[in-house]
Design a protein around this ligand. Structure first.
Ligand code: EAX
Length: 328
């Protein structure tokens, strides 16, 4: 009898001890995105959450803070630098002020298609960009995508630079994106996401984003014309706070890195698979679409950008030359 009681006691103690330990070991990863459920960034975040929680047997929990509940993309990045947010899936544009090297991938008309973008970003040149982010406190983990950006507006159908002249458009918080649209003759204003109200109220005539944005954010309700300019291939950079990440055990770092890379690849495929359906839907909703604008005319307007101050940092210029060479 005594023996049995002792055994039960030991079993109970073991139970409390192990569950207690397991609870103490759970790490909650705070991940920020500016967009809402269904958006490209959220698809990456949710897939990463599922993969990491499952593979770590819930030792890691991922809490996705979406819809700018932690601030806009610049503010999320600042909090990741400080380590108060652990991870983020953030559009390439706003990285501009943290590390000018990202301007290289946002260079206008750089990639002709997805295969070319993947070859560069998944290769050594992409790694150089991810590595460079460490100087500003980010662990660069993977590239997922917003996609090729297209112009929408309410003033007139745009077939070439002539109709862009004087167009009031919103751009991301990025010196490069502002310079691109100035070179094209527009009147660009940097504003953080979201921008529905500004478009609805007519504060701006237009904006530029990939097809999924026009669908998920219902821009077809408030924007009449769309032109498939594909002027910038817009990646997301999936980052972690470098300080936080470096303190994790090596096996956990590898698990996180593998999970976010897989989530990114999953999302890129998902996004691309849906593009044809999106274009059809946007037309059906009444948007007037120019599918083959005068890209050569747009390109010649932005040709001077690579010699501008924006690219004058030797590290940035060297990488730009390498990437331009790789996509020839
Ligand atoms: O997904 O601010 C922007 O235009 C970005 O593309 C944003 O991430 C929307």
């Amino acid at each position: 009898m005594k023996k049995t009681r002792r055994l039960i006691l030991i079993m109970l103690m073991t139970f409390f001890l192990t569950t207690g330990l397991a609870a103490a070991k759970t790490t909650t990863v705070k991940l920020g995105v500016v967009t809402k459920p269904g958006a490209a960034q959220n698809i990456v975040a949710e897939k990463f959450k599922a993969l990491l929680e499952e593979r770590s047997n819930n030792a890691y929990k991922v809490k996705v803070y979406h819809s700018a509940s932690l601030g806009n993309e610049t503010e999320i990045l600042q909090q990741i630098q400080m380590g108060t947010i652990h991870m983020g899936v953030i559009t390439g544009g706003p990285f501009d002020t943290f590390d000018p090297i990202v301007r290289v991938i946002n260079y206008p008309f750089l990639f002709k298609d997805h295969a070319q973008a993947d070859a560069v970003l998944d290769g050594p040149l992409g790694d150089e960009i991810l590595k460079s982010l460490e100087t500003s406190g980010f662990k660069g983990l993977a590239f997922s995508e917003n996609g090729f950006r297209n112009l929408t507006n309410n003033r007139s159908a745009v077939t070439g630079p002539d109709q862009v002249n004087g167009l009031k458009i919103r751009v991301m918080s990025s010196a490069l994106h502002k310079a691109i649209w100035q070179s094209l003759g527009a009147n660009p204003t940097p504003m953080p996401w979201p921008i529905y109200t500004e478009l609805e109220q007519g504060v701006i005539d237009g904006q530029e984003n990939p097809l999924w944005v026009m669908e998920v954010y219902k821009f077809y309700e408030i924007q009449k014309y769309m032109t498939l300019t594909r002027h910038v291939y817009s990646p997301h950079i999936n980052v972690a706070s470098l300080n936080w990440f470096n303190k994790l055990p090596a096996a956990d770092r590898a698990m996180i890195e593998a999970a976010i890379k897989e989530a990114a690849e999953f999302q890129r495929r998902d996004n691309r698979d849906k593009n044809a359906g999106r274009l059809a839907l946007l037309k059906e909703k009444g948007m007037q679409v120019v599918e083959t604008p005068d890209v050569a005319a747009f390109r010649s307007k932005v040709a001077g950008l690579k010699g501008m101050d924006l690219y004058s940092d030797p590290k940035v210029q060297t990488l730009l030359v390498k990437i331009l060479d790789a996509v020839k």
